[in-house]
Design a protein around this ligand. Structure first.
Ligand code: PLP
Length: 487
């Protein structure tokens, strides 16, 4: 064994790193650079603490870490030594590569917690300030007491979701949406986007044709394109999709019958029956995405397409994103019986299940009736917001028509004439801090001339001032085009 050696470590009391960390780093570096050799004796903790002018606990903690990592060994009644057997160990080079340096710069910069809030008029955003946190927390505590500790364990047996939630959702769908199903057909997903992704993976073979509403929801298009589908549009008119224009063959249809995304049209019963017939003829699956049907302001919600289906081709997809809050990431689908097993297997590839604490909490929230109280409160608030939004649009003479104001969390505004360029206006608005996509963003081939406004996430004042600020940017766009034409 080598003789004990004095150690000089420049410790900085003002450093952002603790004294213990600095000492640990210095000793470790000393061992790695062979300044301290294998089997060399180190001072006792009391001696080193005195020498460095730090507390003994600081030295004990640094030594303990190095002992734990195998750099030091303690020999009873002899003291602390650099571990024997380190002489032939090749330590990683202490000069850091440029990529490691770049990474450490990222890691050492303060961790940002800036979570973005929606800017006006970002579509599809609920008013999360209405969410009843204290009630939810009470429901969570109650649900956790009922469920016990198992709710914190892996439960791969419940890949389709916990039965308590599946039952509560089946009841809710039957009461509110006219969906008739057994609870075992309900599959809980992390948002309806996961449902669409799983449908793509489970039901579409590469090269299959998928028919999407045109214009339509980009999340669905992305999921099916990723699955290798050939995408074709079904035209949409003032009443929603036009079944007679669907070009067969097709493996799957994606629809938003209660409120067509993005136009807002509600599909009449005659067309619902027609699209069911077309899907049956094509032997295709029919996806009904019922993303915001809780929000009807003047009339009762329209019953689902699923309720009219006798051929078991409809897969109903729903989401808690609008009705509760988007980051909850709970969605669900109602599967035809013959698909249940294969979707369970598919889900197990992705993950065992979603967060179970949220599942039991939501079940309690539904069963206690608090869910319905919350929906009523949101519906009332959104109806008032829609009024404020439309009055401001009227007051500032925005050249837009809103044909489907009976419900929804978004409103499609259509330009009555071609004097306006929605793409250009949308870009201009974005440069000025707004987010108002042009309807053409959602088009395959259709030529929709308008803008999509989300109004539910913003308070009355924001709605009024945002419309007032935005109005000249829209009307000025028309003037320029007319002037250009006159020249
Ligand atoms: C048509 C449509 N479907 C589904 C969703 C909801 O997706 P998720 O449940 O994944 O939040 C949205 C959200 O904006 C939507 O607009």
């Amino acid at each position: 064994m080598a003789k004990r050696k004095w150690i000089r470590v420049p410790l900085d009391k003002d450093s952002k790193f603790s004294l213990q960390q600095q000492l640990y780093d210095a000793l470790k570096k000393g061992i790695q650079t062979r300044q301290f050799r294998s089997e060399e004796a180190l001072p006792s903790t009391r001696e080193l603490a005195m020498e460095l002018g730090v507390s003994r606990n600081t030295v004990i903690a640094a030594y303990d870490r190095l002992l734990g990592e195998g750099y030091l060994e303690s020999i009873p009644r002899s003291g602390m030594f650099v571990s024997s057997g380190l002489q032939n160990v090749a330590f990683p080079s202490l000069s850091r590569s440029s990529s490691a340096r770049a990474l450490s710069t990222i890691q050492e910069s303060p961790v940002s917690m800036e979570l973005a809030r929606p800017v006006p008029f970002r579509p599809s955003q609920p008013d999360v300030s209405l969410f009843p946190w204290s009630v939810w927390n009470r429901m969570r505590n109650r649900a956790m007491r009922k469920a016990g500790l198992g709710v914190l364990d892996y439960q791969s047996k419940y890949a389709l979701g916990l039965p308590v939630l599946r039952k509560a959702i089946a009841q809710y769908l039957s009461d509110s949406r006219g969906v008739r199903c057994h609870w075992s057909q309900i599959m809980i997903t992390t948002g309806s986007q996961q449902a669409l992704f799983l449908i793509g993976q489970g039901l579409i073979a590469r090269g299959d044709t998928v028919l999407l509403e045109d214009p339509g929801y980009l999340g669905a298009r992305n999921a099916f394109v990723h699955a290798g589908a050939r995408i074709r549009g079904i035209p949409v008119d003032d009443h929603g999709l036009v079944p007679s224009a669907a070009k067969l063959p097709a493996a799957l249809f994606y629809t938003t019958p209660s409120r067509q995304f993005p136009t807002g049209a509600c599909l009449p019963t005659s067309r619902r029956l027609e699209i069911l017939e077309v899907a049956a003829k094509a032997q295709a699956w029919l996806i009904e995405d019922d993303y915001d049907s809780e929000f009807r302001y003047a009339t009762l919600p329209v019953p689902s397409l699923h309720g009219l289906d006798s051929s078991h081709r409809v897969i109903y997809v729903g989401s808690m994103s609008k009705v509760l809050y988007p980051s909850l990431r709970i969605g669900y689908m109602v599967l035809p019986e013959k698909l249940i097993d294969s979707f369970e297997r598919l889900r197990l590839i992705v993950e065992d299940h979603g967060p179970l604490v949220d599942q039991v909490t939501l079940a309690e929230f539904l069963e206690s009736g608090q869910f319905y109280t919350h929906v009523r409160r949101c519906r009332k608030s959104y109806a008032a917001k829609l009024d404020v939004f439309l009055s401001a649009v009227h007051k500032h003479r925005l050249p837009l028509e809103f044909p489907h104001i009976e419900g929804g969390v978004n409103q499609a505004g259509l330009f009555p004439s071609s004097e306006y360029d929605p793409e250009r206006i949308s870009m201009k608005l974005e440069k000025n801090g707004f987010y108002v996509p042009s309807l053409s963003r959602y088009s395959l081939q259709s030529s929709c001339r308008g803008l999509l406004f989300g109004f539910t996430a913003f308070d009355f004042d924001t709605l009024r001032t945002a419309v007032a600020r935005m109005a000249p940017m829209i009307t000025a766009s028309q003037d320029r085009r007319v002037t250009q034409r006159k020249r």
